[in-house]
Design a protein around this ligand. Structure first.
Ligand SMILES: Nc1ncnc2c1ncn2[C@@H]1O[C@H](COP(=O)(O)OP(=O)(O)OP(=O)(O)O)[C@@H](O)[C@H]1O
Ligand SMILES: [Mg+2]
Length: 243
């Protein structure tokens, strides 16, 4: 469960979610409903006011108190299990694609350079960018940059990947390359939570879809059932407005 307010405005009103290993969950909902805030609270990029998050062997509980140094240390441990991908790629512009992918394993995990490079090249192969290893981010298409960002997140061997609108800045055909990578990861058993406006992807690729509105999960379930016959009138209204 997570609750979060900004300046007295309750943005998350006690959102609870249990994720199975290997699940691909899509979170949909209108602008401002709290999707990004929820995702960011899961790895403590935003600090929830109340509630708890457990990933693997790390649990962090919040009960309205001050965020302490020991909490930050726990958050650091928790983040080691989480890869995050944003709408705006966020690659290091002055480093090659290969360096972008190698950097964190070398600096944070002290992986030897040769090993980090070999693993980075494998990941670039996996996301279809083997030929782009020596290029700088600015010379890549948006879709290629986003796939590089995914490879960079995977390099830290996360247990769960979080995506905040990974394809919103991309043309549809380029977006498809990124979505294909996420489907392949799903096939490999990666646990993934995706905030998306891409209803086709949410319906076709997810194990479960969550519909959020006003800081709560209004409805969740099997994507085909939910898109074909939403139970809640709010879900129905939202889907009708965008499909
Ligand atoms: N740092 C912040 N300070 C104050 N208010 C914030 C902050 N971040 C988000 N909010 C508010 O919290 C609410 C939820 O924002 P959030 O970004 O989580 O929505 P969202 O569902 O991701 O929307 P979108 O689809 O537009 O990305 C909004 O009302 C937003 O204005
Ligand atoms: Mg958002």
């Amino acid at each position: 469960m997570i609750a979060k307010a900004y300046d007295g405005l309750e943005v998350l009103k006690g959102v609870s979610l249990a994720v199975e290993q290997g699940e691909l969950i899509s979170i949909i909902g209108p602008s401002g409903c709290g999707k990004s805030t929820f995702l960011r609270c899961l790895n403590f990029l935003e600090i929830p006011d109340r509630g708890s998050v457990t990933i693997k062997d790390v649990t962090i509980r919040r009960d309205g108190g001050r965020w302490r140094r020991s909490d930050e240390a726990q958050a650091h441990r928790l983040r080691a299990h989480v890869g995050m991908v944003f709408q705006s790629f966020n690659l290091f512009p002055h480093r090659t694609v290969l360096d972008n992918v190698m950097l964190a394993p070398r600096k944070v995990k002290h992986v030897p350079t040769a090993q980090a490079e070999a693993e980075a090249r494998d990941l670039l192969e996996k996301v279809g960018l083997a030929a782009m290893a020596g290029r700088y981010p600015a010379t890549l298409s948006g879709g290629q940059q986003q796939r590089a960002a995914i490879a960079r997140a995977l390099a830290m061997q996360p247990d769960v990947m979080l995506y905040d609108e990974p394809t919103s800045a991309l043309d549809p055909e380029v977006a498809e390359e990124v979505l294909a990578v996420m489907r392949a990861l799903d096939h490999d058993g990666m646990t993934q939570i995706v905030v998306t406006h891409d209803m086709r992807f949410a319906r076709a690729a997810s194990d479960r879809v969550l519909y959020m509105e006003g800081g709560t999960i209004v409805e969740q379930g099997d994507p085909d059932l939910m898109f074909a016959d939403p139970r809640d009138t709010r879900t129905r209204r939202f889907l009708r407005s965008i499909l």
